[in-house]
Design a protein around this ligand. Sequence first.
Ligand code: SF4
Length: 386
Amino acid sequence: MMRPLGIYVHVPFCVKRCPYCGFFSSSCGRSGYKDRISEYFDLLEKELDLRARQAGAPYFVDSVYFGGGTPSLADPELFERLLDRIAGRFSIAPDAEISMEANPGTLTEERLKAYRRAGVNRLSIGLQSFDEDILRTLGRIHTAEDFTRSYDDAREAGFDNINADLMFGIPGQTLRSWEDNVTKLVSMLPEHVSFYSLQIEEGTKFYHDYKMGDMAPVTDEEDREMYHSAISILRNHGYSQYEISNAALPGRQCRHNLKYWTFRDYLGIGASSSSFMSGVRWTDPGGGYEGFVKAGAPQDMLSEYHKNSDFDNASDYMITGLRLNSGIGMKDFSRRFGKTVWEMFPEAQNEAEEFFGSGCFKEESGRLYITEKGLDISNRIMQLFV
Ligand code: SF4
């Protein structure tokens, strides 16, 4: 029987590095990178061929996600060619979700139309903020006006499925300005909103500034207040939060990302991408474009190859599934693993009592889930299943 597959394509190029970013990407400026991106897409095709040959089961692709980096730096023809290649190696469902992450500073009306023609049907735009001073703090290359123009151009180009990313917990941001940002975004009616708390990651400029005492992050209390106010504004405007950092209008959840949280097969191609197919996880070499090329992309280049034990799989199932507001299905768990959740994690049952008692964790109608009250301590609850 044909099995559904999501394909993630990592495009590790950015105009310049944002000071908070911990992703693999190479800074390439606004020009002079075309050859490198084109060479990289050649390697992606070779990796795709290799993975298609290795895939044990017949798959059909029902989602493709171009993430980065800044995929919108790559020309639409490259997308078209790669999507054709994917269709040649696997079949692509007629209603497949084809997403692309885009930086508003790189989009034009003409390019948007060309991406749409190439087959991209969902756009995820990195807005982050409508406040110019916050955008400057984040080192973004775009202005709020760039976002608004790109958003209107995308609608004009025929995109009827748009996500916008917003960030909170940024030094200098106030609760009031954050709430204004969320309200302004939902008034534009994007189908999907992702809202992330700024994480100060080791190795980034923000981390350095923080360690040197040059940056004062918002307090945990302020961060949580911003988080919960976003959920409530989104809810009041018809969006339902379905994952820790994601909300959507009815029927507009991101199909591709749901695969990560519902334990479905996905294939990652490109530098530092991760895959999970038939119970096997692996990660491609990182180091951005250079690392990928150096590792000899077309060869077998797995830097980490891990065949999960049943326990690993059960643990991954719990940790990813509990990110969803709907949590995990107890019967589905038993069917997959031949044991109940509590048989697989007997110690967790006792420890979970504290969270059940405080109303942060619930087992109800055959599902186990973290409640809104428990979202702030979701990591502690997930740790029960490690
Ligand atoms: S544009 Fe995105 S991927 Fe690129 S450096 Fe900035 S945050 Fe990172």
